[in-house]
Structure formats: C-alpha cells, structure tokens
Write a protein that binds this ligand. Structure first.
Ligand code: WTA
Length: 657
C-alpha cells in the first residue's frame, strides 16, 4: 500500500463532509426541489417527458402488494426509445458507444458506433432472429462477452418484443444451460471465444457442454465470430451471426418496433438467493426503462455533451441498466470496454478516460481497491481533468477507498456517488444527487426521490439514528421486480414474509442523525465477492456434487481486496483427510459447476462440520472461524472440539500465505 493511502487511512474519514462543489449546484440536473413532488406525481411527469409512448398510459400505479404495476394502458417499445427515436430526431450521427477492445484504447480495433449504425445493426439482427422464428414473447438466451453485439442482441430482442436473459460471460456452460432451460429459451446467442486480458477463453465450447447436459428446448445457437477460432458447429442447430444477417434488410421499416404493454416482460436476470437455485428476477418494460433512464440522468448529472463510462459487465444488472437501457434511453454517449483493468497495462482505464474525455465514471469498490493497491502513479500519468462525477456500486465502499477515488481519480473535486441498489430493484434507490447532497465518505446518503427506505428491527419497528437493522422499502418504485419467474411463493417468502408492509432487501443498514444511510452488507446466506452475488448454498451444492466430498459449508469472510472471499469447510468421504491437490481439484470443480467467480479462496478440510444437536450446521460459527473472531457460545454443539481443529487449520493457512 502506498504512503498516500496510509495517510488517508489515518484521517478520520467518517466524520468528513463534502458539500456539492461550487458551481455544480447552479447547473445540475437535480435541484433540492426534486424531493418535493409526490411519488406518483414525480414518476408520471418523468414518464411523460422522458419516454416516447405508442399509446399514452392511463393509470400511473396499481399497487396490490407485493405486486406493483406501473403506467397501465400505455404501450411503448424499449428499443424504439433507446435507438430509433434518436435517429428520427436527427441525432443519428451521435455516438452511442465508443467501443474499446480488450487490447485497450490504442488498439486498432477501437471503433465508434453511432445511433444510426446501432439502429442498422439492431434491425439486421432482429430480422435474423425473426428468420429463426423469434417473435413477440419468444424467450432468447444471450451468453456474450462485452462486445457491441451484446447490447445489439438485447435491443434486437426488445425490438421484437422477445424477452431476453443475459448470462454473465464468466459463468460455466452448466450455469448457462440451467438459466436458459428455466426461461424456456429456444434460441441461444453466444460467441466462439472471448478475449480478456490478452487471452482467449472458450464460450461456444462452454455453451455446447452446458446444452449437452440439459436445455434441450434450445433449437438454434447463433455464434458470433470474435476470435475466429474454429469451433465445432452442430448441423441444423448452429449458425454464425454474420451468416444469419448476410441477406436481411437493415431498413427499420422492414422490422417495426413491436408496441408492448407497459407491463410486458422485458427481461429476466438470474441472481443468487439463499437456496441453490438461481432466482429469475422479472423486469417489465415501462417502469424498468423509466427508472433506468431517470436515475441515470439525475444521479450522474448527465449532460448532452457527456461521455459516460460504466465499467461494469453487461451480464450483471449494473450493465443492463447503466450500460444499455439507461444511457441509450437518454441518448447518451458511452464507453463500452471489453477488457480488464490491468491489460495491456495498469493504466488502461486512465488512458481510456483521457482518450475519450470521459466525464462520468461508474465502477465498483473492488476495482477502486485494486487501483489503490497498484498506487496512484498510473492515474497521475494521465490527464483526467475531464472527469466530473464518480460513481460506486455493488458493495459498501470503505471510506479509505472513497477518499482515494476522489483524490487520485477525481482530482480532489469530483463528487463520489455511492449508489445502493439490487438486481431486484432494477435501478438505483439510495444515492446522493450531485449539486444537492452533502457527501460523507462511506455513506450512500439518501433515498432517491419517491423512494421510501427505512431501517427496521426484527420486530418491524423503525430503528432510530445510529442503530443497525434491516434495510426495507415501504413504497413501490417503477423498476422494482415484478416477481420471480414462475415462482410466486419464493417471491413472497424471500422479500415479503419478514415484514407484512415492506420489501425486505436482505441488507443490513443504519441511518445516522442526518437521515443518511450506511449499508452494512448482506445479512443472509449470500456472499458478495468483488460485487458479485454468490449464494453460499450454491457453492455448497457444487462441492457436494464431487465424489470426494461428504459435506460442505460455505461462508464469506471479509477480504481487503474483494470485499468478501469464499471460505469452504469440507468433510470428505472415507478416510481421506484432504490435501493441497484435492483443494485445487475442488476449487476447479466449483469453477466448472458455477464459474470461476464462485471458486473458494480457501478450503478447510475437517473430519466433521460443527452441528447443533438437531443436526443443523452452525454457519454463524464457521463465519467466526473463517474471520478468526471469538466463537461465542458453542454449548449447543455436539462436539466442540471439531471447531478447535478447524481454527488450528485456519491459523496454519494464514501462516502459509
Ligand atoms: C450490495 C448490484 C453497499 C448489497 C447493483 C445488495 C451495495 C447487493 C451497494 C445487490 C452499495 C450494492 N453499498 N452494498 N452502494 N450496491 N450493494 O443484485 O448487498 O448484484 O443487496 O446488484 O449488492 O447486488 P446485485
């Protein structure tokens, strides 16, 4: 860690205050008055101004807990709002995406995609999909890396009224097949290989492997040539993207945008819950699109001349909302970067910002901490004076990282927006507004206008200033999930059973004397590794599916770089006591089953897992062991010595590091 970071660490950052920069408030998109309008009034006004409707809506909100419906009677098309209308209004030459390939902004493969070009690509691919029988209501799976064809495929689906599910490129083929099968997709769009950090990674091969084990309803696989690798193509099922669109029209009139009801399904995005089966989070058309566009406009203070960059992956909700639907619905210019922060050099991010004059950067605390570890010299070597607003999302941002971001990336003046939200919420719900809010490093500050957030104790009472509790939302918002796909019972159980009158987010939080929110991480069996949600039970199931494993219990421990790291406690079948080789094998096995992102950082072998007399694994205790914290009460354990053996192993592993 550099000297700068240590100095910042030493400051009492939590008590610092940063009012909006001078001059910012005068021209900001949001002024303090934004908080004055009523909930329905605010969103109705935004919906009328911000979106184009084929048929205007009649009813703003119908709230029959736990299901909300917004903008009933209205018809619109998301792709029309994101693409066509900008071309029709004479902005066809405006750049939608500065496309930066894996090799960085100096590479020959950089290209700019205007709104007019985007429209032609979307129309062609939509026509291609139509030739495979895709139409309104046909679910389509998308398993692509951060290539422009990813937003193009999503928008082509939206144009046709075909709901999509995007599966993050880092997931295994098995995870792809599971999601695609659950949604009933008949078409899967993928690529030959992905390019990341200067290397190629299989995608089509993963997809084939996954499809071979399930998802038999998939009739067509469309394969984008990214690296040109020779991948096996299955006759009758597989088509190359370029062949599919070779002879189709790119004239928008050849494939009109399907007018969709406000509440028609736009997409499913699968996310981890507290059981092994991923949850298909339902997002519908109008409310989601409006929430995405409105928050994008106000939270980032988007200007007509802005060059905006969200460095997340489109495969997560952050990318859906803030790389694709929000920015395009606002007619914005964005950066779409295929690669990683360290290739071709550790300054690649800063050279992207310099090259394109990026004024808004949105990323995760994990990425900021990685840059922090490498030192500020990489950022300092570039002109970053174009930056105006910095955003953070995905995990609680520690005040040290917040300060580093503001100082070394933001030149000591840019406001840092910490934004809290979830796959389920669709868009940002707790955030500061630049030009309005006084910032506190580490706090997500206030609910967005029209959002009613609170902290409840277990009995459902509001917790007063300073006290910790559960974050809840008490009124509906436009982009909120419309349930879990085909699973009403799980929707009610996961989000609406803890409190009768409020949405239970699964996060711990406290509110301070000024009404500012401080997020404290997940309180359920979901870990957050580098901002990626991973269910501990999903990892346990993957481990137990290996023949050597008898039982597994997984927990998250605090990690300086990744926020949390996965620790797995494993007991083996037979007399095996475990070895470094087996630990490697099991980590690879998890990567195979779920994806590399779920690989445990550490595997602790134990002859037995600590259980209560009723046979339940004591997860709380395992977390304490993993974090090397006092164990508390172990009197309910059948055999307390089990835990001591584990503690010894954790201590040994720490020495080996
Ligand atoms: C966590 C990502 C603290 C939280 C958009 C939430 C945060 C989960 C923040 C959702 C933040 C997200 N501060 N924690 N600013 N933003 N989280 O569904 O635990 O991938 O419940 O959505 O990330 O993760 P998801």
């Amino acid at each position: 860690m550099s000297a700068d970071v240590r100095n910042i660490d030493a400051l009492s950052t939590q008590t610092r205050r940063y009012p909006p920069p001078e001059g910012f408030a005068a021209t900001a998109n949001a002024t303090a008055a934004i908080y004055d309008a009523g909930l329905e009034e605010f969103w109705a006004a935004e919906a009328t101004q911000r979106l184009d409707w084929a048929t205007p809506f009649e009813t703003v909100l119908r709230w029959e807990p736990p299901y909300a419906q917004w903008f009933l009677g209205g018809k619109l098309n998301a792709a029309y709002n994101c693409v066509d209308r900008w071309v029709e209004r004479g902005h066809g030459d405006r750049i939608a995406y500065h496309v930066v390939p894996d090799d960085g902004p100096a590479a020959a493969g950089c290209r700019d995609l205007t709104y007019a070009e985007l429209q032609r690509h979307v129309v062609r691919f939509a026509n291609g999909l139509r030739s495979l029988g895709v139409g309104k209501g046909t679910p389509v799976g998308i398993y692509l890396q951060m290539v422009p064809e990813l937003p193009i495929a999503m928008l082509a689906c939206a144009r046709l009224g075909a709901p999509h599910t995007v599966v993050f490129g880092g997931y295994s083929g098995k995870a792809v097949a599971e999601r695609v099968a659950d949604m009933g997709c008949t078409v899967l769009v993928t690529q030959d290989e992905a390019m990341r950090a200067g290397r190629t990674w299989p995608r089509k091969a993963n997809a084939d492997e996954g499809l071979a084990g399930g998802a038999t309803q998939v009739e067509h696989v469309v394969v984008l040539r990214r690296t040109g690798a020779d991948v096996p193509m299955q006759d009758g099922r597989d088509r190359y993207w370029d062949d599919l669109v070779a002879d189709v029209s790119d004239d928008p009139r050849s494939c009109p945008c399907e007018p969709m009801d406000s509440e028609d399904l736009l997409f499913l995005l699968y996310t981890s819950g507290t059981t092994g089966k991923p949850k298909g989070v339902v997002h519908t058309t109008a409310g989601y699109l409006l929430g995405a566009a409105t928050t994008h406009h106000y939270v980032f203070d988007l200007r007509p001349e802005s060059v905006y960059w969200c460095a997340a992956d489109v495969g997560w909700i952050t990318g859906h909302t803030y790389i694709v639907y929000g920015p395009l619905a606002n007619g914005a210019t964005s950066v779409l970067y295929e690669g990683t922060p360290a290739h071709p050099g550790r300054d690649v991010w800063w050279s992207i910002i310099e090259k394109y004059g990026v004024d808004i950067l949105y990323t995760s605390p994990t990425a900021i901490r990685a840059h922090m570890k490498w030192g500020p010299q990489y950022a300092q070597a570039h002109d970053l004076t174009s930056l105006r607003v910095l955003g953070s999302v995905g995990e609680p941002i520690n005040p040290e990282a917040w300060e580093w971001y503001r100082t070394h990336v933001g030149g000591g003046t840019c406001p840092v927006v910490d934004t809290w939200w979830q796959t389920e919420t669709g868009h940002i719900l707790i955030t500061r507004l630049p030009g309005v809010t006084t910032l506190k490093p580490g706090s997500a500050t206030k609910p967005f206008p029209g959002v009613d957030a609170a902290v409840y104790d277990d009995a459902g009472n509001v917790v007063g200033p300073g006290g910790g509790g559960n974050l809840v939302l008490r009124r509906p918002w436009p982009g909120m999930m419309r349930g879990l796909f085909h699973d009403d019972a799980r929707y009610r159980e996961s989000y609406w059973s803890k409190y009768p009158d409020a949405y239970f987010a699964g996060d711990g939080a406290r509110v301070d004397e000024d009404g500012d929110f401080w997020l404290m991480g997940r309180i359920d069996d979901v870990t957050n590794v580098s901002g990626h949600r991973i269910s501990t039970i999903e990892v346990e199931s993957a481990l137990v599916s290996h023949p050597a494993v008898a039982e597994a219990a997984v927990t998250g421990r605090a990690d300086h770089d990744t926020g949390q790291a996965i620790v797995a406690f494993v007991s083996l079948t037979g007399d095996d006591t475990g070895s470094a080789e087996l630990a490697t094998t099991l980590r690879e096995h998890v990567a195979q089953q779920i994806g590399k992102l779920a690989r445990p950082a550490e595997i602790i072998f134990a002859p037995e897992l600590p259980k209560t007399r009723s046979g339940k694994i004591m997860r709380r205790l395992l977390k304490n062991v993993a974090e090397d914290e006092p164990l508390g009460d172990t009197s309910t354990l059948v055999d307390p010595s089990v835990v001591e053996t584990m503690q010894a192993q954790v201590a040994r592993a720490a020495r080996d590091d």
